[in-house]
Design a protein around this ligand. Structure first.
Ligand code: SF4
Ligand code: SF4
Length: 738
């Protein structure tokens, strides 16, 4: 006789009961599987249909907008895609919070594989009739499948923890970056909704994985965490666990469909957009501002009326600059859709930090909001649609735009490669060229450039006067002659390099000393150089950044004509603004030269042993170096000036914001030629405070404009005489003892 325990009897009863139920409801179960399968296909079609609709609207707008630049340079773009978007290089500039974000991103990438498999599962009908798709995938991908599934499983739990932390941080902690006039109540709500959806997605994924491991003997793939948590379902019948697995499966897949369709209308659209936006971003140096092709033809005609009239192109802008969203390029639109609202840009903006109204995040969000407002009209009526409102004025104000120093700190910091300064410049162009409504001091600056070839009321004939009566400070008091290019050419001689002096270093009394010292260094190193003297004219850098593209191109084309007439190939300059303009903005206009900044040149002279820093003028002195934006962030030169300083045996101390994170001095973007916008303090004051924190004897810099601003800062702090401001050329001359 066989005896059964009560538990075994219960089990046998349940088994019989289930079997009889199964045979009874077999047809219903098959029917339900069919219904589930059809429901899945219908949900997939709806989800993809809605997503396609959203993307089609975006594509139609993209087609309506101007092309920003040519999308060439494939290798560089792929490199950026991997370093910035996939390796999360910029996010990781803030190590802890950056790593948390990067883990979520990498987790999403891995989980996407599993999500793809789920959609395939659903289309084939695997979850409803036990067709072993994952068995086939497992056999096909082998170890790779295991790694992806294991990674997805680990990341599901990691993301739950991280997103939970983000939610707590966002809701309960006061993070300055998450505040600002541009962030409305619904933006905060949107952020909380998106984070909650991600949390639910991960919880349902984890639940599904645990149930799958608990309810199946043959498990495909490796689930390092979920396989350890199967105890949660202990005591439940296999049938119940399978049902739960299916419930989690449906919850997860429907959440994916909902989330995907929520994204295009949310700040979290970067989930889709960050990879293409980084790939399509500008590959040129940050401080290069695009030249307006539509202006070039007209300027050339003004300079030479014998030229044929420029042919108009179909995609030319109807206006100069950007008044409203349809005047922008499709990259501005992609940028605005990609913005994560992280506020990294605004947190490093010198204008914003000194209480001005400008917030680069707002500029980007304004574009998106205005496009949302105008999109339906634009899609129906095209660019002629007019709702009597505009981006400039109704969203972004002139006061915000004029506060920008074009320092590019925002673009440098943006984790998804958004180009805020270009948007700002486009709107300045509209104000200057279409409205003639620039600040009056900028109008005066432009008039001076037109009349005198310099931003001030100085005579063009006096441009080379800084070089008069130069002597080397050696015992013999050797007179230094700075030759003019016209004399060299007349004598039929050649030069090694042209010294481009620039407006500030030609006319500003303090900056003239930099030019004189650099000329001494060149002479001391026996470099065969020359200057253009009165043949040199303003580079047009300030006119361009004020929005006066006509004047910029007039200046550029005039200078290029002079430079090319002498066959100039190599140029050195002490002015990072002109260095940037000649290096990056002249080539498209026909001026192709090798540009060297004077710090790079001096560094090279030291390396080649052409000059020898032997005396100990700076030993025991603490020097801190201020990175000019147009040399450092703009063109990536951080080491040359530091190498020179180190060679002087000084103590080089870094400010807390240095190199690519250096704060602007406040002069760039035409700020030096106008009143600053209302704020809590001047940018130069803040930067001087940065420098004074490290208690230097000397603040070194490598730009005539930075020199002016920092000198003002030291005056304001009443430290003139106690803390010196010196250019790298001046430090080199002292260190050489010449
Ligand atoms: S370029 Fe500099 S000043 Fe202008 S918005 Fe960006 S960070 Fe601010
Ligand atoms: S523009 Fe870039 S840095 Fe600024 S908020 Fe948007 S994503 Fe962040």
């Amino acid at each position: 006789m066989i005896y059964f325990s009560e538990h075994e009897l219960q089990f046998l009863f349940l088994q019989r009961y289930t079997e009889s139920l199964y045979s009874h409801f077999k047809h219903h179960i098959i029917f339900n599987a069919m219904v589930s399968h059809l429901f899945f296909i219908a949900s997939t079609l709806i989800a993809f249909g809605l997503l396609t609709y959203s993307f089609l609207r975006i594509f139609k707008i993209i087609k309506l907008l101007r092309k920003p630049y040519s999308i060439s340079n494939f290798g560089e773009r792929v490199k950026r895609l991997f370093t910035i978007a996939i390796a999360q290089e910029k996010i990781l500039r803030f190590p802890l919070i950056g790593l948390m974000h990067a883990l979520v991103f990498w987790g999403f990438l891995m989980i996407t594989f599993g999500s793809g498999e789920m959609v395939l599962d659903g289309i084939i009908g695997t979850p409803f009739d036990n067709n072993p798709l994952n068995d086939r995938l497992f056999k096909f991908f082998g170890t790779v499948y295991n790694v992806l599934i294991a990674g997805g499983d680990i990341f599901a739990y990691t993301i739950v923890i991280l997103v939970g932390a983000f939610l707590v941080r966002r809701i309960f902690m006061h993070i300055k970056r998450f505040t600002g006039v541009e962030l409305r109540h619904r933006d905060h709500k949107d952020a909380a909704i998106a984070l909650s959806l991600i949390l639910l997605l991960m919880v349902s994924l984890a639940g599904m994985n645990i149930a799958y491991n608990a309810g199946n003997e043959n498990v495909f793939g490796v689930y390092p965490i979920s396989s350890q948590l199967t105890g949660i379902f202990e005591g439940m019948q296999t049938h119940t666990v399978h049902t739960l697995e299916l419930v989690f499966w449906w919850t997860h897949i429907l959440l994916i469909f909902f989330f995907a369709n929520y994204l295009p209308y949310s700040k979290h659209f970067h989930v889709f957009m960050s990879l293409p936006n980084v790939y399509l971003s500008r590959t040129e140096p940050l401080s290069k501002m695009t030249n307006m092709e539509s202006v070039t033809g007209e300027v050339k005609l003004m300079l030479d009326p014998s030229l044929p009239e420029p042919q108009s192109k179909g995609d030319e802008p109807e206006r100069f600059g950007m008044k409203d969203v349809e005047d922008g390029t499709w990259k501005y639109y992609l940028d605005s859709l990609t913005c994560t609202q992280c506020g990294r840009c605004t947190s490093v903006c010198p204008a914003n930090q000194t209480g001005k109204k400008l917030s680069p995040r707002k500029v980007v969000l304004d574009y998106r909001r205005r496009m949302e407002e105008k999109m339906s009209g634009l899609l129906k009526e095209g660019k002629k649609f007019d709702d009597k409102k505009s981006l400039l004025g109704d969203y972004t104000t002139a006061e915000e735009l004029w506060a920008c120093t074009t320092c590019n700190a925002c673009a440098q910091e943006c984790p998804v490669s958004i180009d805020q300064p270009s948007m700002i410049l486009e709107m300045r162009r509209y104000i200057f060229m279409e409205q003639s409504a620039a600040p009056s001091l900028l109008n005066s600056m432009c008039t001076n450039i037109e009349n005198n070839g310099a931003p001030w009321q100085y005579s063009a004939a006096d441009r080379g006067k800084w070089a008069d009566n130069l002597t080397l400070n050696d015992e013999a008091k050797t007179p230094v002659k700075v030759p003019l290019m016209s004399q060299i050419a007349a004598a039929g001689k050649n030069i090694d390099i042209l010294f481009w002096v620039g407006s500030a270093s030609s006319y500003d009394d303090r900056a003239k000393k930099i030019s004189r010292d650099f000329a001494k260094i060149l002479h001391h190193a026996k470099i065969n150089f020359a200057i253009l003297g009165s043949e040199e004219s303003d580079s047009g850098d300030n006119a361009k950044r004020a929005g006066n593209e006509f004047l910029f191109q007039m200046q550029a084309l005039t200078n290029i004509e002079v430079l090319n007439s002498y066959g100039i190939k190599k140029i050195v300059t002490c002015d990072p603004h002109d260095f940037n303009t000649l290096k990056n903005e002249y080539p498209e206009l026909g001026g192709i030269y090798e540009l060297i900044h004077h710090t790079q040149y001096i560094d090279e002279l030291i390396n080649l042993d052409l000059i020898k820093v032997t005396n100990s003028t700076f030993s025991g002195k603490t020097i801190t170096y201020h990175d000019p934006c147009y040399l450092g962030r703009g063109n990536g030169e951080y080491n040359a000036p530091r190498n020179i300083l180190k060679s002087t045996s000084c103590t080089l101390t870094e400010m807390h914001r240095n190199k690519s994170r250096a704060l602007c001095c406040g002069a760039g973007g035409t700020q030096m030629f106008k009143e600053s916008e209302p704020g809590t303090k001047e940018v130069y004051e803040l930067r001087t405070e940065d420098a004074l924190e490290v208690q230097p004897n000397i603040i070194a810099t490598a730009c005539p404009l930075c020199m002016t601003m920092l000198t003002d800062g030291i005056k304001m702090k009443e430290l003139t005489g106690e803390v010196q401001i010196l250019d790298i050329a001046e430090i080199t001359v002292k260190a050489l003892g010449i």
